[in-house]
Write a protein of this length. Structure first.
Length: 221
């Protein structure tokens, strides 16, 4: 079996003993698209190293609104999982596979042992945790202070698409941006009126990417 740890450059500093322990304790995890990997209140059982696919981590508010916190993709780990493992608490968010996922899962006892005994593994866990926390702080700033039209334009440009078409509903975009469906629908209609996009049921076709990018770039300044 090939060395799957090579997919994570930050693990390069692992000593041979720690690398062998990591490989020996990890187990393959294969999941289909569209299933809930973990939900709020569930215990954490594995520390996942994602090798292929994409996982969306989202939060559900008491009022029923959802927001996408981040995505875990190839070469990533999940910081909500890291937080649960280090605190000993249950999950406080939900993880859903957007595509089929292939990963390696490290059981909790092995995670804690490596964290205690391997400086290289500790550096890997804390560095990836710190990077994602910075992304979450940026998300909080965007949700709190960003204009929805600029954030929506940015999402339309960056979300996965095929031949310029996004297969996504207004509600899914609202979850992505932490907004209400009605707000997103109004803004999409305005983009359509300007000729930037065309709308169909469950689909959005980009018609004028430069115009969308110009609006999104104002948000980035």
């Amino acid at each position: 079996m090939s060395d799957w740890t090579l997919a994570f450059p930050a693990l390069a500093a692992l000593d041979a003993t720690s690398r062998q322990a990591l490989q020996a304790a990890s187990q393959p995890v294969d999941l289909p698209a569209g299933i809930t990997v973990f939900h709020e209140g569930s215990p954490c059982q594995l520390y996942l190293f994602l090798l292929e696919g994409r996982l969306r981590v989202q939060k559900l508010a008491e009022n029923g609104r959802e927001i996408t916190l981040y995505r875990v993709e190839s070469g990533d780990t999940c910081i909500v999982t890291t937080a649960c493992l280090m605190s000993g608490r249950a999950y406080n968010a939900e993880g859903v596979t957007e595509t089929p996922v292939h990963a390696m899962g490290l059981p909790v006892p092995a995670f804690r042992q490596l964290l205690a005994e391997s400086a290289g593994f500790r550096d890997f866990v804390f560095s990836t945790y710190g990077e994602r926390i910075a992304d979450l702080l940026l998300l909080i700033e965007e949700v709190s202070f960003g204009r929805i039209d600029q954030r929506l334009a940015g999402s339309l440009l960056t979300l996965p698409k095929q031949d310029g078409v996004l297969a996504i509903t207004h509600q899914e975009l609202a979850v992505e941006l932490g907004s209400a469906r009605e707000v997103i629908s109004r803004q999409l209609k305005e983009f359509e009126r300007r000729g930037w996009i065309s709308l169909a049921r469950g689909q959005i076709r980009l018609q004028d990417e430069p115009a969308l990018r110009q609006l999104a770039d104002k948000h980035a300044v």
